[in-house]
Design a binder for this molecule. Sequence first.
Ligand SMILES: NC(=O)C1=CN([C@@H]2O[C@H](COP(=O)(O)OP(=O)(O)OC[C@H]3O[C@@H](n4cnc5c(N)ncnc54)[C@H](OP(=O)(O)O)[C@@H]3O)[C@@H](O)[C@H]2O)C=CC1
Ligand SMILES: CC(C)(CO)C(=O)C(=O)O
Length: 388
Amino acid sequence: MASEPQCRPALLRLPHATAARPCAGPCWAEQTAARTGDSVIETTSSGIDADHPLLVWGGGAIGGTLAAYWARAGLPVRIVDIAVDHVRACSGSGLHVHGPVDDFVQRVDACTPDALRGRYSRIVLAVKAQATEAAAASLEPHLRKDGFVLSAQNGLNEIALSRILGADRVMGCFVNFGADWHGPGDILYGNRGAVVVGETDGSTRQRTRHMHALLKLFEPGAVLTDNIWGYLWGKLAYGSMLVATALTNESMSENFADPRRFRVFLELGREVMALAEARGVTPMGFDGFRPEAFQAGAPEANARAVIAALAAFNARTSKTHSGVWRDLAVRKRQTEVAGQYGVLLHVARDSGLKIPTLERLLVLIGDIESGRRAQGEATFEALMEVCV
Ligand SMILES: NC(=O)C1=CN([C@@H]2O[C@H](COP(=O)(O)OP(=O)(O)OC[C@H]3O[C@@H](n4cnc5c(N)ncnc54)[C@H](OP(=O)(O)O)[C@@H]3O)[C@@H](O)[C@H]2O)C=CC1
Ligand SMILES: CC(C)(CO)C(=O)C(=O)O
């Protein structure tokens, strides 16, 4: 399957130790297999030290939810996070994962990066895109030579990770479940969503099947793919629309259901799809999003049907707003938009494609971040202006 070529020069220009836990009874790999129906995963010859903790680097909305499920399943897992009060809560009173999908409190071993000792074979990275490079630099001394980092993030972070860690130590992953960090030890798991894992070179190895089995403990429908770049680009297209919804204070679903806003979503989808095509990537669909509806020549009616499906999908979540909206409106901090989408400006320049809607969107988000504009109807209208 076609894969996003890694480390293309143009893209590269862009920018306390735990004692190994003895297996009590059947080792967890066997327990995993029993739960998921997969055959037992050989761990010894694959370089995976399965009794050594699985690290989750960045234990917020996404990492915290995954870590809580894995810890509840009995896996040795440790969160590494810079938020000291969150680390204290996770390893103390526990991590409360709640919402329409589940409600439980799970104690998860946790520490800050400076307190971590030892080297690990499996690290799940779930920091925001702009923290990827700093996190990669601080986790590298803790990653075994034959270990790997799985990026459970939005964006094409696998490119930067491959440059820093070496392509062979990076595994791709795409997540579309919805979660919000509400406070130390407090995570809303708003809705189930697609979870996909795959090697960046399209191969399937023992370690890929291993991580797929682990992800199925969290999301039974988790998919193993030979086209992880296709999913990541699909999410970039859908994600650009989610970023646009963050210009207003309406929910994601209300935004998608508003017919006046359709053209913005249409143009964003088309621009990102054109970039994906220029990169030779075949984008993949998920959770109501169908990338082909935004490809050149596709009838507008198909895109309207997709936007309606996205309105319906997002009407069912208790995470009503995107993570970008939350960073702007609630957490009052920089978003990951530049970190996630900056790379697309370079792809557009390289391929001579025009992406006016996406460019204006990035400017408007920057304006909100710097206080020059407020979230609201008027800011969305400033985006609509380029879509006439
Ligand atoms: N939330 C969601 O529903 C979805 C999110 N995603 C993607 O998942 C990724 C993670 O997002 P999300 O979980 O929402 O983010 P959160 O902010 O909730 O969690 C990230 C955590 O990582 C911590 N962190 C930041 N820098 C470092 C570092 N260098 N080392 C260790 N920990 C660090 C953060 O601390 P602090 O807050 O103090 O910076 C925070 O606790 C993003 O790429 C996002 O786009 C994808 C699909 C859905
Ligand atoms: C909304 C969501 C969960 C995708 O469904 C997301 O990726 C985000 O918050 O940016």
